[in-house]
Design a protein around this ligand. Structure first.
Ligand SMILES: NC(=O)C1=CN([C@@H]2O[C@H](COP(=O)(O)OP(=O)(O)OC[C@H]3O[C@@H](n4cnc5c(N)ncnc54)[C@H](OP(=O)(O)O)[C@@H]3O)[C@@H](O)[C@H]2O)C=CC1
Length: 607
């Protein structure tokens, strides 16, 4: 029975029936190999990883110099760390980046139609500092990439940056109290502090489909878009596809954005879907110049904070962003009003959240019927899972593309994905779809991305590796630093609190790390390192207060959010959420917490 708070009054929205349908759809897609079903863009697939944007061959002499801070990664995490350090007066900052320029995910992902799915006024960082207001509510990828470059210029981060270079090892030199940083260009750079900001979705992946390596046509991954083959640019006009039959494998957030252009320009387009995305209204629009002119100092922080509070379950009087993300959050608020939130038993609250979810997903499914002409195709495009099981998507052109005569949706759920790839095509349900080109929109390997993946060897005090120190799970203070690894700071979601506007989260982290380093310099600390006791206390806090999402994820359709249907029992995230976490960090900094991580610091004059 629906709860008293339930809005489930439409026919066919019986909660039990929906729950059952969600489970059945999940079970159709689960694969016993879990995340092992994927292949990295390495080894025999290394050619997929080549950088199509870097110009010409590149070589340089190995570096043997010394910097004060070395940052691993030149995406928004690394740029923010660099910018915030510069604001505290640190001169010697070197960013080491695999790409040929700044931008990170926005450097690599340049597929047609690429846009930010979070409002650009809150997603693009440091807008007031750089003096820029994005031209659209949801900015195109190229505008975001140019903004990343502008941050690099504004904060002088180009002067010492190393592009087309990958860090291959970090080793703490105990005698010198500094890090020795090795790279794939033979560098041996000395750095007093190292900040890793290597991203969470930085390693693209391919599905391990039988026969994938036998395909003789043209092929690439969406994060290395081959415009030499397709023609056109991120705005579309892929004119070289006019005589081509194209297969796109994958229907995640990337596919939602590039399918309209492929559909418009390819002779034939086959979209191979395993799980449909939820596709909500986008409503992109140019920035209103009068609104932009009226912005007052601090506007970006206020807007970002307002969005963060809303989408993480807070109750705010105003909704400044007012879009698809916040409307689903407001729906929850309606069903769990702020005045009854505290008094509501947990089970009743969860039922109300679930009811809001059902309502949202019913709207999403109804939209498919309203937009897609062919009822069978519409049925296949309906997502049957809870809203946050997968990254929600937004588009006013994706579903419409399936009304085109040259576009075919091929559902692969019954075979748990594409069955086989031959020399000339893609096989599903015994049918071979002959194609000239296969494009993989198959996403990124979370397990191989970032310092926690263990792919970057990090040797701390006594040569102990981070992997050894974390044998029984990650151990940090606030997610940033680990006992035994002095002067090493990690940016990322682990043991702190993340949210959908991830660049905002990175900025809070960058501010924190920059302030700790500034204090260490001020007090001439020998190094920054949490004590084993402080680290243990934080690990205990995380374990005690993290929200148990296991049951939620176990019910979800597989994807990278739930480790391909095999959710991890432990959630390494601060349970009170990012708003509370950011206050905790501010209070810790303001309340003398930094003293506890500064080793052999000189007392300040005021002390
Ligand atoms: N800010 C923004 O605007 C954007 C952000 N992003 C971010 O990047 C993330 C990744 O998005 P995306 O690149 O789309 O990757 P995803 O991981 O979301 O999607 C991969 C797709 O490939 C499909 N797939 C994998 N293996 C097979 C197979 N064997 N046969 C058929 N299909 C297969 C998956 O199906 P299944 O779902 O069944 O596993 C899924 O549809 C997003 O979640 C988002 O966080 C991406 C684009 C834009």
């Amino acid at each position: 029975m629906p709860t008293p708070h339930s809005p489930l009054d439409a026919p066919g929205t019986d909660p039990d029936a929906l729950r059952e349908r969600y489970r059945a759809e999940r079970d159709r897609r689960i694969r016993p190999e879990g995340s092992r079903q994927y292949e990295p863009l390495a080894g025999k697939f290394g050619y997929y990883d080549e950088d199509p944007y870097a110009e010409g061959e590149f070589s340089r002499e190995p570096l043997r110099d010394r910097v004060e801070v070395l940052i691993v990664g030149g995406g928004f995490g690394g740029l923010l760390a660099g910018a915030r350090l510069r604001q505290t007066g640190v001169e010697s900052v070197r960013v080491v980046e695999k790409g040929a320029d700044f931008g990170g995910t926005w450097y690599w992902n340049r597929y047609p139609g690429i846009h930010c799915d979070i409002e650009s006024y809150i997603y693009l960082p440091l807008l007031e500092e750089v003096g820029y207001v994005p031209r659209w509510k949801y900015a195109p990828g190229e505008e975001i990439r140019q903004h990343a470059r502008a941050v690099g210029e504004t904060f002088g981060l180009y002067q010492d940056a190393c592009f087309r270079t990958q860090v291959t090892e970090l080793r703490w030199d105990e005698a010198a109290d500094e890090w020795l940083v090795g790279t794939d260009r033979g560098d041996a750079i000395r750095a007093r502090y190292v900040i890793t900001a290597s991203g969470t979705l930085s390693e693209a992946k391919l599905p391990g489909i039988p026969g994938i390596e036998t395909y003789q046509g043209h092929t690439f991954h969406t994060s290395r878009w081959d415009y030499a083959y397709t023609g056109g640019d991120a705005d579309g006009n892929l004119h070289k596809l006019a005589d081509k039959r194209v297969a796109l494998i994958g229907t995640g957030a990337t596919a939602i954005q590039c399918v309209p252009h492929l559909g418009a320009d390819a002779r034939e387009l086959y979209v191979f879907q395993r799980t449909p995305s939820s596709v909500d209204v986008r409503g992109n629009r140019p920035t209103d110049p009068d609104w932009a002119a009226a912005l007052t100092p601090g506007w970006q922080r206020r807007r970002r904070d307002n969005f963060l509070a809303l989408v993480t379950g807070g109750h705010t009087a105003q909704d400044l962003v007012d879009d698809g993300w916040t409307s689903s959050a407001r729906l929850q608020q309606k069903l769990v009003p702020s005045d009854s939130y505290q008094d509501m038993p947990a089970e009743e609250r969860e039922r109300a959240y679930e009811a809001a979810d059902f309502q949202k997903m019913n709207e999403i499914r109804a939209r498919v019927d309203a937009v897609v002409d062919d009822p069978d195709t519409a049925e296949l495009l309906k997502p049957w899972y809870r809203y946050m099981c997968k990254r929600p998507t937004f588009s006013d052109a994706y579903l419409q593309t399936f009304n085109r005569a040259n576009v075919t949706l091929v559902d692969t759920a019954d075979s748990h994905g594409v069955e086989e790839i031959t020399a000339t095509g893609v096989v599903v349900g015994g049918t071979t779809y002959e194609v000239d080109c296969i494009i993989f929109g198959t996403g990124f390997d979370v397990g191989r991305s970032g310092v926690t993946s263990g792919r970057l060897p990090v040797h701390g005090r006594g040569g102990v590796t981070l992997g050894e120190a974390w044998q029984r799970g990650p151990r940090t203070l606030h997610g940033f630093y680990t006992h035994g690894f002095p002067n090493l700071f990690q940016l990322g979601p682990m043991q702190n609190a993340a949210s959908v506007n991830y660049v905002h989260i990175l900025d809070e982290q960058a501010v924190h790390v920059a302030e700790v380093i500034a204090e260490a310099r001020e007090c001439r600390a020998r190094y920054v390192e949490p004590s084993a006791a402080a680290e243990q206390e934080w690990v205990d806090t995380i374990r005690e207060n993290s929200v148990d999402l296991y049951a939620f994820h176990a019910e979800c359709t597989p994807g990278y959010y739930n480790n391909e249907g095999m959710p991890r029992p432990r959630n390494e995230s601060y349970g009170d959420g990012p708003v509370a976490f950011h206050s905790l960090l501010r209070e810790w900094r303001g309340g003398g917490g930094m003293k506890d991580v500064l080793v052999d610091a000189e007392p300040r004059e005021s002390e």
